[in-house]
Design a protein around this ligand. Structure first.
Ligand code: CA
Ligand code: CA
Length: 241
């Protein structure tokens, strides 16, 4: 902190004017709030925005979730999503190898589905917890995301589906290599394609997956930075500065 600058500031004409005008104390309060925001959000040595752009590091643990999936008008077999004329009921699953590690809520009748990393049921409790109070549940229970340990040539399996009792259909089966992801927001787009059949003993199984997903927004945050990330989100939502 540069105390000479602070002294100059208090001695400056502008502050004297402020003092005279009666606006000094409101200005100080705004200043304190802004300074507090800087401390909370930027407690790092560099001036980089946190959680943007850094490549993933092998061996480090990350929270990964999907913020948005947008699908094409028809499912990957070129048929209407639902026979009753409604849009698809979208959800996604995250896989680590052959193991499903996260399954999202279903978003009903929509071509664009969105999710947040904290379920709405937990929002109040999370706010209390971040403000220093003790919550009823552990922090990890709040987080609607998969936990992954990044590897050099591994990937995140992303299975996107229309959830129907009878005519369930795939929207997309994607693999997102850790190498292709970075910290923060990742946007991927893809062309529409129909599946190619001919696999398996029967020759009727899907050999090459189709794709009815237009775009996906994936978020990646280091597990040990998740508290800071959520604080920033809450401040941006409620503070407006
Ligand atoms: Ca369907
Ligand atoms: Ca539907």
């Amino acid at each position: 902190m540069d105390f000479q600058k602070i002294k100059e500031f208090f001695g400056s004409e502008r502050v004297t004017e402020l003092l005279a005008s009666g606006w000094f104390f409101p200005a100080v309060i705004v200043g304190v709030i802004l300074f507090g925001t800087m401390l909370l959000g930027g407690g790092r040595d560099d001036n980089k925005e946190p959680f943007t752009g850094n490549s993933l590091v092998a061996g480090r643990t990350y929270y990964i979730w999907v913020g948005e999936i947008a699908v094409y008008d028809v499912d990957w077999s070129n048929r209407a999503w639902d026979s009753n004329g409604t849009g698809p009921d979208l959800y996604y699953e995250l896989y680590s190898g052959n193991s499903m590690v996260f399954s999202s809520d279903v978003r009903t009748d929509t071509l664009v589905a969105r999710w947040t990393p904290v379920g709405i049921d937990y929002m109040d409790e999370l706010t209390t917890m971040l403000a220093g109070g003790k919550g009823k549940s552990s922090f990890e229970e709040f987080i609607q995301a998969g936990l992954f340990k990044a590897t050099v040539d591994g990937e995140v399996g992303l299975r996107m589906k229309d959830n129907d009792f009878i005519d369930s259909t795939w929207a997309g089966l994607w693999g997102l290599p850790f190498e292709a992801l970075h910290e923060g927001e990742n946007v991927f787009t893809a062309e529409y394609s129909a599946p190619v059949y001919g696999g398996g003993d029967s020759g009727l199984e899907v050999q090459t997956n189709g794709n009815a997903v237009q775009s996906v927004v994936v978020y990646v945050i280091p597990a040990d930075g998740m508290v800071d990330y959520l604080k920033l989100q809450l401040m941006q939502k409620h503070g407006g500065y």
